[in-house]
Design a protein around this ligand. Structure first.
Ligand SMILES: C[S@@+](CC[C@H](N)C(=O)[O-])C[C@H]1O[C@@H](n2cnc3c(N)ncnc32)[C@H](O)[C@@H]1O
Length: 254
C-alpha cells in the first residue's frame, strides 16, 4: 500500500516544545485526524490539507478512519497532545490495526514522539523524577477503579515517585482525593506533592503541598500531579517557589 500514517505528539502546549520532526510531518500531511482541541493547535500546512476533527472519546473509531484514509493513498497524520504513546492515540491505532483489515499491516505507519506532560511538569518543578518513577492514569473510562487502586498501592509500596495523569474531571471529581487517601496509608505525611497545571506553556502554574494535607480541589484535566518518594525533597530559596528534586542516590552524599 502506498499510503502513509504518522501518529505525532504535539508536546504539552507551547509550539516551542513541538519537535521539528513533528512539525515537518504536520506540514506535509494531506489529512490531519484528531480531537478537535488538538487539531486547533496545528498551524495550517500544505494547500488543500483536510482536517478530520472528532470528539475526545472515539479513539478507536478515529484510528480506523485514519487507517482507511491512509489505505486510500493519503499522507495521514494523527494528532495527540504530549507524547502519542502515553495514554494516547498510538495505542488506539495499533488496537485498530490488530483487529482491522489485514491489509492495514502493510501500511507505512510511524510514531513520532513528543514531550509528555510528566516531563514538562517535572521540569517546571525542578528534578522530581531523578530517582525511579512511574505514571498512572486515574481515568476509569478504560479500566476499573479497583485496578487503579491496586497499582497506586503497589507504586507507593515500591517507593516510586508517582506521576498522576487525568487526576480529575467534571465526571470524576472525587478520585484524586481517594487516590491521596490510598497513598497516605503507605507514604509519609510529609511526602511532597506537586500540582502542575498547563505545564510547558506560558500559563504554567505550580502548587506544592504535603501528602498529609494535600487538597485535591483545583486539579483538572490540564493538571499533572507528582507525588514524591521518601527521598524527594524541597530546596527553599528566597523570592521564589522551592525547587523540588529526588536525588539519584539512595544515600545522602556527604
Ligand atoms: C489523556 S492524557 C494524554 C497525555 C498526553 N498524551 C501526554 O503525553 O502528555 C491527558 C492528561 O495529561 C495531562 N496533561 C496533558 N497536558 C498537560 C499539561 N500541559 N500540563 C499538565 N498536565 C497535562 C493531564 O493530566 C491530562 O488530564
Amino acid at each position: 500500500m502506498t499510503g502513509k500514517l504518522t501518529v505525532v505528539g504535539l508536546g504539552p502546549g507551547s509550539a516551542e516544545l513541538t519537535t521539528p520532526a513533528v512539525s515537518r510531518a504536520l506540514a506535509e500531511a494531506t489529512d490531519l485526524v484528531g480531537y478537535t482541541t488538538y487539531l486547533d493547535r496545528v498551524p495550517v500546512g500544505i494547500e488543500r490539507q483536510r482536517r478530520h476533527g472528532s470528539d475526545n472519546r472515539v479513539e478507536v473509531e478515529r484510528a480506523r478512519h485514519a487507517l482507511s484514509l491512509a489505505a486510500s493513498g493519503n499522507n495521514v497524520v494523527v494528532v495527540s497532545s504530549g507524547d502519542p504513546g502515553v495514554f494516547a492515540m498510538a495505542a488506539a491505532l495499533f488496537e485498530a490495526v490488530e483487529s482491522g483489515d489485514p491489509s492495514w499491516r502493510t501500511l507505512d505507519i510511524r510514531i513520532e514522539p513528543g514531550v509528555t506532560a510528566m516531563l514538562a511538569a517535572a521540569a517546571e518543578a525542578g528534578a522530581p523524577l531523578g530517582g525511579d518513577f512511574c505514571a498512572i492514569s486515574l481515568s476509569d473510562n478504560l479500566k476499573a477503579w479497583a485496578t487503579i487502586a491496586q497499582r497506586l498501592e503497589a507504586a507507593a509500596r515500591g517507593d516510586f515517585v508517582i506521576a498522576l495523569y487525568n487526576p480529575a474531571s467534571v465526571a470524576r471529581p472525587d478520585q484524586l482525593g481517594q487516590a491521596f487517601d490510598l497513598l497516605r496509608s503507605v507514604k509519609a505525611p510529609d511526602t511532597p506533592v506537586v500540582f502542575v497545571r498547563a505545564a510547558g506553556t506560558p500559563e504554567a502554574r505550580l502548587r506544592i503541598a504535603r501528602l498529609g494535607d494535600a487538597d485535591p480541589a483545583g486539579a483538572d484535566m490540564r493538571t499533572l500531579v507528582l507525588v514524591g518518594s521518601s527521598r524527594t525533597r524541597l530546596i527553599e530559596r528566597p523570592g521564589g517557589a522551592p525547587w523540588i528534586y529526588t536525588p539519584r542516590s539512595e544515600r545522602d552524599v556527604a
